[in-house]
Ligand binder design. Structure first.
Ligand SMILES: [Fe+2]
Length: 301
């Protein structure tokens, strides 16, 4: 996985330029403004796009500015009233600069474009982005149809006293460990995907499908390994071997505040270990299909 380090000149320029817009409301137009600032100051955005779509599938950017004031991590998923939109514009603008449109789901976190990822009180045993126990490898929105699913995720670290890393695996590397027969089985509609706990959907919570699909010459993945099950003995064996290959090929990415990880949600899977201590990431979805700042209603259509 490629890592970029923002040098001190770019760090200061980003801080100065983004500070000009941090009190504006977040919408399609202001996300464009943030994207333009980032494209001007971070000239590597084209390389990041290449790496995301045609390379490993994930890129880490280090030493980004976080604005003038970071409050204590939110406990209720809601933004602190004294916090500016600095980090929000950084994540949304970078996602847009790479050619992906930030969007959200009406049924998840009340349609917020930026998700506050903190271990929520009383959610310790939840296997989800809000829990504290290990979260097995998954791609987000695995149970949704491809156009509706997030095509990318952007994660920005604001606090990580718990030193909890995120694990990333490139699908190509994991599939390289499997036989052709196993890859064929994973490509068949022999698996059940279920919606995650963080989605409030009724009667739309299950789909029968494959785990991988070949699209435009590349394999893509849709699976949450704690939540995806096989329907036959042979497909179960293939799924177990896939799980093993994912573990073996994963790379660990540690966080310090100012680190950002952007990855292709169709060509990588991610997970993390258990959390003990303070941790705050902000996350936004990107899509090549939805409009920028769109709130998708999963109960429609
Ligand atoms: Fe996730």
């Amino acid at each position: 996985m490629i890592e970029y380090i923002i040098d001190s000149n770019k760090h200061e320029s980003l801080k100065k330029e983004l500070n000009r817009i941090v009190n504006l409301e977040i919408n399609k137009e202001t996300i464009y403004l943030a994207s333009d600032i980032i494209k001007r100051i971070v000239p590597d955005v084209r390389n990041i796009e290449e790496e995301l779509f045609y390379g490993y599938g994930a890129v880490k950017i280090k030493s980004l500015p976080l604005g003038d004031y970071i409050p204590t991590p939110p406990q209720n998923g809601k933004k602190h009233p004294d916090k500016s939109n600095f980090t929000e514009f950084l994540s949304l603008g970078l996602t847009k600069a790479i050619g992906l449109n930030p969007f959200s789901y009406k049924q998840e976190k009340e349609g917020a474009l930026i998700h506050e990822i903190t271990p929520a009180t009383g959610q310790g045993a939840s296997v989800s982005s809000n829990g504290e126990i290990p979260f097995d490898f998954h791609s987000d929105g695995a149970y949704l149809r491809r156009p509706v699913r997030p095509h990318s995720l952007t994660l920005l670290c604001l606090v990580n006293d718990s030193v909890t890393s995120t694990e990333i695996v490139s699908l190509d590397r994991a599939l390289g460990r499997l036989t052709k027969k196993e890859v064929d089985l994973l490509s068949k509609n022999l698996f059940i995907h279920r919606s995650p706990e963080t989605f409030y959907v009724k009667n739309h919570n299950k789909s029968y499908s494959s785990i991988i699909d070949k699209v435009d010459g590349f394999y893509e993945v849709k699976a949450a390994l704690h939540n995806t099950t096989a329907t036959t003995e042979k497909s179960e064996q293939a799924l177990n071997n896939f799980k093993q290959a994912v573990k073996e090929q994963s790379v660990s990415s540690n966080w310090v505040p100012g680190d950002l990880l952007i990855f292709n949600n169709l060509r990588t899977m991610h997970g993390r270990g258990s959390i003990s201590g303070s941790r705050w990431l902000q996350c936004c979805y990107g899509s090549t299909v939805h409009e920028s700042a769109a709130i998708i209603d999963l109960m429609k259509g």
